[in-house]
Design a protein around this ligand. Structure first.
Ligand SMILES: *Cc1c(COP(=O)(O)O)cnc(C)c1O
Length: 399
């Protein structure tokens, strides 16, 4: 493989929407990835919180192979078993009664927004369309989800945005309360702001938001595209807040790496979707659904992966805490739940990400100055020790 030629072709033929690292990845196994040049990487990014079972987990590989031999795609004009089983599994383990499948996070949120508006218009009248989201949030890149995303830097150049959206500071109940008017149909929030820098709300924030929504007939949409499917140590992050949403969206980890999105809702809300009013050609096709089924079944089996996620999350938090003590001038704070952990630095963190990459560790920088760790849920103490020793070396050079 001519790596240089490939990267040149990548730059020539792919639109310039990503700043890619100069490596062509060719193989993965568990926590590890290999470049075409044979260099080994330890993966604390997991394809942006996607590969929850790690790379090439045997159960996922076998499920995909078996399904590919039987049936890959049939459209949603017919029933197919993996999709039905997956929908039942998600409903059995959540607040939801019904599921709509799509192919990505943005599409899952797009469906949530459409469902919320249709439900609220039918129930309360044509004006009830307002959607409140949080500043610093991230909900996707389609026009509706981009509008829902409360960060001007993502909006720039794509205006006009959709009407009917407004924004409030995250974790500020009073601000949310005063932003509501008689036309508010839904409040859409992430349980933890992921792209926004791993921002965790105070313990009672979501309890109060839930009460307010119930009292005023406003739908609570939780975007669990990043926090869902085990990432925070429970199947869904909302379980840890002691509340239930009306609509919930999933994607990222759901298919273990195969693209799939899901919008979950209570029966009373879900029934606003009737034949023909929403759809997706690929949504929940047999291949993607079989992959997701294998992923979630593996995740839930004996509860081992979830308890390991919590244990390893604590181990990583403690290890990062020790680094914090050693480098108080570089590190401001460490925040996280399960294996979604952010470490805020006093400076731009892209240099740290680059230095880790050069040393064979993949991490990510979000919100400018926050390192984000979201490894596969199979991560071990040994992997974490390796990450910490690389971070330590990089920080020593910085200070
Ligand atoms: C990644 C993400 C999305 C968008 O998902 P895509 O699959 O990239 O469309 C939406 N919301 C949250 C919270 C995310 O982390």
């Amino acid at each position: 493989m001519d790596v240089k030629k490939l990267i040149d072709d990548s730059n020539q033929y792919l639109m310039d929407t990503y700043k890619r690292f100069p490596v062509v990845l060719v193989k993965g196994r568990g926590m590890k990835l290999w470049g075409a040049d044979g260099k080994e990487y330890l993966d604390f990014l997991a394809g942006v919180a996607v590969n929850i079972l790690g790379h090439c987990h045997p159960r996922l590989v076998v499920a995909i192979q078996k399904q590919a031999q039987k049936l890959v795609h049939v459209s949603n004009w017919y029933h197919s078993e993996p999709q039905i089983k997956l929908a039942k599994l998600l409903c059995d383990y959540s607040f939801a009664d019904k599921v709509f499948f799509s192919n990505s996070g943005a599409e899952a949120n797009e469906a949530a927004i459409k469902l919320a508006r249709k439900h609220s218009k039918e129930r309360f009248g044509a004006e009830k369309t307002g959607i409140i989201t949080a500043l610093n949030s991230f909900h996707g890149r389609t026009m509706a989800t981009l509008t829902a995303t409360g960060q001007p830097k993502f909006h720039a150049g794509f205006e006009p945005l959709l009407p009917g959206f407004s924004y409030v500071p995250f974790n500020d109940y009073e601000a949310l309360k005063s932003a509501i008017d008689e036309n508010t149909c839904a409040i859409m929030l992430e349980p933890i702001q992921g792209e926004g820098g791993v921002k965790i709300p105070s313990d009672d924030y979501f309890k109060h938001v839930r009460e307010l929504c119930t009292r005023l007939g406003i739908l609570l949409i939780l975007d669990e595209i990043q926090t869902g499917t085990g990432r925070t140590g429970t199947l869904f992050a909302y379980e840890q807040y002691g509340i239930e949403p009306d609509i919930l969206t999933l994607a990222k980890g759901l298919g273990g790496g195969v693209p799939i999105g899901a919008t979950l809702a209570r029966e009373e809300v879900a029934k606003a979707f009737t034949p023909g009013c929403h759809g997706s050609t690929f949504g929940g096709n047999p291949l993607a659904a079989a992959a997701a089924l294998a992923t979630i079944e593996t995740l839930l089996e004996d509860g081992i992966m979830l308890s390991e996620c919590r244990r390893m999350g604590e181990y990583l938090m403690n290890s990062l805490g020790k680094l914090h003590k050693q480098f108080p001038k570089i590190i401001i704070s460490i925040r996280g739940k399960g294996l979604l952990i952010g470490m805020e630095l006093t400076r731009d963190c892209s240099m740290v990400v680059q230095a880790c990459f050069e040393r064979g560790v993949l991490i990510n920088c979000t919100a400018g100055n926050t390192l984000r760790f979201m490894p596969p849920l199979i991560v071990t103490e040994e992997d974490i020790d390796r990450l910490i020793s690389v971070l330590k070396e990089v920080m020593e050079r910085l200070s």
